[in-house]
Ligand binder design. Structure first.
Ligand code: BGC
Length: 809
């Protein structure tokens, strides 16, 4: 097949065996279910309530048993043929005799939820109905064991809600896009205290069930952190499964675990704290629509809780139960000049086969910079270990990875430094239970590893947290805050237009001048410089602008210079599956949300998900899958957390890298997004993330750095937001300085879709393509004004061409 034939001709060419389609195929759906079951986290299991004994009679309560939320909303949504609710999953198990359900109870919830859907309510936003008294009595007669279910939905463009100190809902409502307005209003109506907490109706349902049943299991179908105090503190709630938003087969995967067909091995990739206000980022999350001050600095997630607020934690980072027991025994540690290896033996000491996750945390010396009590430095998941079976696990930590970033000059200004002192290591299966090993790395004197110079420094961050919880006052420089006004009308959300082509005489005319095609460059018959030399300025600019959709794509393409053999390469959204608009009639596989995938701690499995999604993209003639989403779970309030992996940059980086490896193994480009600090949805296109250089380097950029260095994504998408006064897409220090200069990124950079920056400023900063639509006329005008030179265009075009040449479709 000719290179790029899929892009040029949009053929209908299934990729599966014997001409079958891979899009939404059974094998991918089975992989989705497998991944879902592997990332669900068993939070509580007392008196052996789980797994249910064979044929157990169970009464299932809560509308969430039928109102299944497969993932979040917005660009992360996926069009699927069907989804499996918990009720569907348990009914399948009932067919196998594994459980027995009270049919009329299920029917009650299903009818109720269908009625609410019929009224236009979205999954996850339905109201919890009262349980009819007689039904409750019959259920209590039927069994002493109940399940209570809770679900939550959130999406792109809006954040979750919080109560302020006056009991008012504080949600940045004024700047919510019109299309999100209704859903946010609904959310406020259904969840009186904000959707982190149970609604009054849910509370009543759970209390009623606890009064009538001796054994209760909670199942949470959620995309982010929620209140779990009610689970932890209840004697009646003996079991709890954090089932996340598990993709199209999430209900089946949860049933697999509840019935013991799968032994849970998911571990939390976030800290579950008692109250929303326990997270240090909650206090000023909605303080302003135009900025967020990241005052907790590097003390994000468990870095904060383990250092300063241990008692606020309900379920700690890394935690998750199994139906078997494991022993993790330290064997030995070795140190070379550059790295440390720790060997541990994991033994399954229980009675069921299962998998365990071994986690290695460092406690770095406080030094002058101050450090969190614990930082995850390595992890490994075992294979499925049979009872009595052992596995030797080796964890490797590069010494450089123990460094801190000094932005204050306490050791060496704007440098990565290893401070002198003793680095202790803790090994175990959660941040809380990990125990110190008899090995320490002693650093005799401060080591300056890399001087970076100051990049992306804050100008309006007033203070930041130190290791003892006190706040360091920072100097602010309002005079350095650039003017960020923009021409809102001109930079609107346009769909890219088509360029008219003059009629061309096909044969019989004078001989035409041959052109150098992109294929000539690919085949090394010409250089990229020679190729670009024949293009007009307009043609170069066109290569830096989003191009019209073809085929089933809905997020536009890039390239599209047919005269020179440059295909129009389509993009399509992720990350939970390839998102094709419903009206195309193509259903794809919805994989579990990214947060669940992170909780698998299984890079190999995530790589398989990436490869499967990429095959679906390719079959649909898409070249760039807008996946993975890498932002940090700074706050439970961020409406898009479900698309992101973790509060920890190592997990986010490793999972993102696995996804990228899987995607690109299929010849499809991954797009690691949103670079960087898109940790809030409210007014996301015009909100300034004010953050120290240290927190940027150690937390918010770290995951991207890992992805770039370990998996070489062919594209990166910048974020909408402003970072310390500069829009991410026009931030030269970020894109040319850090991403390309320091990390050696060789790929191409796009904007997020319809952001607010001027294209010529982006081009100069190193952001190559403006999506969904560029502004060729404005960019040409900048060229004519001298604000841009042809060589600036060529630098970006070269990277676009290189990206297209990597695609193998
Ligand atoms: C989102 C991106 C997405 C893009 C294209 C934007 O609104 O932030 O994550 O890839 O749209 O749909």
């Amino acid at each position: 097949m000719r290179k790029w034939a899929r892009f040029f001709y949009q053929p209908c060419l299934p990729l599966g065996e014997d001409g079958r389609r891979v899009t939404g195929q059974k094998a991918h759906i089975a992989l989705s279910e497998k991944a879902a079951a592997e990332g669900m986290v068993l939070l509580k299991n007392e008196d052996g309530v789980l797994p249910f004994s064979f044929g157990k009679k169970v009464a299932v309560f809560g509308k969430a048993c039928a109102d299944y939320v497969k993932g979040g909303g917005g660009s992360g949504d996926v069009t699927v043929e069907y989804t499996t609710s918990l009720l569907d999953g348990l009914r399948a198990k009932e067919q196998e005799g594994k459980v027995k359900l009270l049919a009329e109870l299920g029917a009650f919830y299903e009818e109720n939820v269908q009625r609410q859907y019929g009224q236009g309510v979205q999954p996850g936003m339905t109201e919890e109905p009262e349980i009819p008294q007689e039904l409750l009595a019959r259920a209590a007669n039927f069994t002493d064991t109940a399940i209570v279910t809770i679900c939550r939905f959130s999406g792109e463009g809006w954040d979750r809600t919080i109560m302020d100190e006056n009991g008012q809902k504080d949600n940045g409502m004024d700047n919510v896009p019109e299309d999100c307005d209704e859903i946010l209003r609904r959310c406020l109506q259904v969840f009186e205290r904000g959707d982190f907490y149970l609604s009054a109706a849910e509370e009543r349902m759970i209390e009623t069930v606890q009064e009538h049943f001796a054994h209760v299991v909670a199942v949470l179908n959620v995309g982010g952190m929620v209140d779990t105090v009610w689970i932890k503190n209840s004697e009646r709630i003996q079991g709890a499964l954090l089932a996340w938003q598990g993709g199209m087969e999430g209900g089946m995967a949860a049933a697999d675990i509840l019935c013991g067909d799968v032994n849970p091995s998911g571990k939390l990739a976030d800290t579950f704290a008692a109250k929303l206000t326990d997270y240090p980022s909650s206090a000023n999350f909605h303080e302003s629509e135009s900025y967020v001050e990241y005052t907790e600095d590097i003390y994000v997630g468990y870095r904060y809780f383990e250092t300063l607020a241990q008692s606020a934690v309900v379920y700690p980072f890394g935690f998750g139960l199994s139906y078997t027991d494991f022993e993790i025994a330290f064997q030995k540690a070795d140190e070379s000049e550059t790295q440390i290896t720790v060997d541990a033996v994991v033994t399954n000491t229980g009675a069921r086969a299962g998998k365990e996750v071994v986690q290695l945390y460092v406690r770095a010396p406080q030094g002058r910079l101050g450090k969190p009590e614990r930082e995850l430095k390595a992890f490994a998941k075992t294979r499925l270990l049979q009872p009595g079976e052992m596995q030797l696990v080796r964890l490797t930590v590069k010494k450089d990875a123990l460094a801190s970033y000094d932005d204050s000059g306490k050791v060496e200004k704007n440098a990565w430094v290893l401070e002198a002192g003793t680095y202790c290591f803790h090994l175990g299966n959660s941040v809380r239970s990990a125990v110190e090993i008899p090995y320490q790395y002693v650093c005799a004197a401060d080591i300056v590893l890399e001087k970076t110079g100051s990049k992306c420094a804050p100008v309006l961050l007033h203070k930041r947290m130190l290791a003892d919880g006190s706040m360091e006052t920072l100097e602010v420089h309002p005079e350095l805050q650039p003017d960020l006004s923009y021409d809102a009308e001109a930079l609107g959300a346009f769909a890219p237009g088509s360029v008219a082509q003059e009629p061309e005489l096909l044969w019989g005319g004078p001989k035409k001048e041959p052109v150098i095609s992109l294929e000539d460059v690919y085949e090394k018959r010409a250089t990229a410089a020679e190729f670009m030399a024949q293009l007009t300025d307009e043609e170069l600019v066109r290569l830096l602008c989003g191009q019209p959709n073809t085929g089933v794509a809905n997020t536009y393409g890039m390239g599209n210079l047919p005269k020179y053999g440059v295909p129009n390469v389509m993009t399509e959204d992720g990350p939970a599956g390839v998102r094709i608009n419903r009206e195309c009639g193509v259903c794809t596989t919805a994989f579990p949300c990214a947060t669940l995938l992170a909780c698998t701690w299984n890079e190999e499995l995530v790589e398989q998900v990436g490869a499967a999604g990429a095959r679906e993209a390719k079959e649909n003639n898409i070249g760039i899958w807008l996946t993975p989403a890498m932002n940090i779970h700074r706050s439970p309030l961020c409406g898009r957390n479900f698309e992101y992996y973790s509060e920890d940059p190592l997990i986010a980086g490793k999972m993102g890298a696995a996804m990228v490896r899987g995607i690109q193994s299929q010849g499809i480009a991954a797009s690691a997004k949103h670079f960087a600090c898109n940790n809030k949805e409210t007014n996301r296109k015009d909100s300034d993330s004010r953050v120290s250089e240290r927190a940027l380097r150690e937390i918010y950029l770290k995951g991207f750095e890992i992805v770039v260095k370990e998996a070489d994504p062919w594209t990166i998408m910048t974020s909408y937001n402003i970072i310390n006064g500069h829009r991410a897409s026009a931030n030269k220090e970020l894109l040319t300085g850090i991403l390309r200069g320091e990390w050696g990124f060789k790929g191409m950079v796009t904007t997020d879709w319809w952001n607010f920056a001027e294209q010529h400023e982006e081009i100069k900063a190193g952001n190559d393509v403006k999506m969904g639509c560029g502004f060729p006329e404005r960019t040409m005008a900048a060229l004519q004004r001298g604000d841009l030179e042809r060589k600036d265009l060529e630098a970006c075009v070269q990277r676009v061409l290189e990206m297209i040449m990597k695609l193998d479709v």
